[in-house]
Design a protein around this ligand. Structure first.
Ligand code: FPP
Length: 242
């Protein structure tokens, strides 16, 4: 599979992924939901490796949404613990592949031990520039846009910003990670045709690849297929083909 990536003409700089179907994967095997998430964490690892191999600079995964806080406390706790154990298990790989970790979302809402563990890896990988791994945690796109709006309004109130000068770039500059380019490709697993409050602003012009595969079964081969599909597309940003 390795050499296949080299056969692709276009490699997206940024790929965003909605990891869906962990629960169903587990249910179909008569396993507790957390087992689906654990297997899903292995898929995250596989995709990170494949992305580094393919030359994708940014990978963003939707690991925990603002809505996910409503899940049973046992599942929320299991996901938080899984995040910490995954970091412990993969940190070396981030260093080996020179991958910088970043977080997108309401960091302060996460439990303190999770924040402390994340902060350690955020600091230890801050200097890497080749690849970036972004975990969307307690993330909601509407909240992100509302928070950006609040900060813009504060600047106007303080006399630092002229309301007449507010444009698309102003909004983009106040989102969580303003220096990260918009994803060219968004992949969603398990066949759902929804955005689920994920990067509404940033995905305005992205190609979507929806696969029926459940996230725990999404590995290098499926990632390659998504890039292949992306290569078959024509992106015109609403303009006309030249
Ligand atoms: C959606 O499946 C998946 C999630 C809410 C959690 C995704 C989290 C991981 C894979 C954990 C590892 C993350 C990292 C960054 C190491 P679902 O539970 O909604 O599935 P269902 O729709 O089949 O119920």
């Amino acid at each position: 599979m390795t050499e296949s990536f080299q056969s692709l003409e276009k490699i997206p700089r940024h790929v965003a992924l909605i990891m869906d179907g962990n629960g169903r994967w587990a249910q179909e095997r008569g396993l507790p939901r957390i087992e689906g998430h654990k297997e899903g964490a292995q898929s995250v690892r596989a995709v990170l490796r494949a992305a580094a191999k393919a030359g994708v600079e940014f990978i963003t995964v939707y690991a925990f949404s603002t809505e996910n806080w409503k899940r049973p406390p046992q599942e929320v706790d299991g996901l938080m613990k899984l995040l910490v154990s995954s970091l412990n298990a993969y940190e070396q790989e981030l260093h080996d592949n020179k991958i910088r970790l970043r977080i997108m979302g309401q960091f302060e809402r996460l439990p303190l031990p999770v924040r402390l563990r994340l902060q350690k890896t955020l600091d230890a990988t801050r200097h890497y520039t080749d690849h970036t791994f972004i975990i969307a945690l307690s993330y909601g796109s509407r909240t992100e846009i509302a928070e950006a709006t609040k900060r813009i309004a504060e600047k106007v109130k303080a006399g630092e910003l002229d309301p007449k000068k507010i444009d698309e770039q102003t909004v983009a500059d106040h989102l969580y990670l303003p220096d990260v380019p918009d994803p060219e490709l968004m992949i969603r697993t398990s066949g759902e045709l929804r955005l689920s409050n994920f990067m509404l602003w940033q995905l305005s012009y992205s190609e979507f690849h929806i696969t029926d595969t459940y996230w725990p079964d999404f590995r290098e081969e499926q990632f390659f297929q998504a890039l292949e599909a992306f290569n078959g597309r024509d992106r015109r940003y609403g303009g006309v083909k030249k």
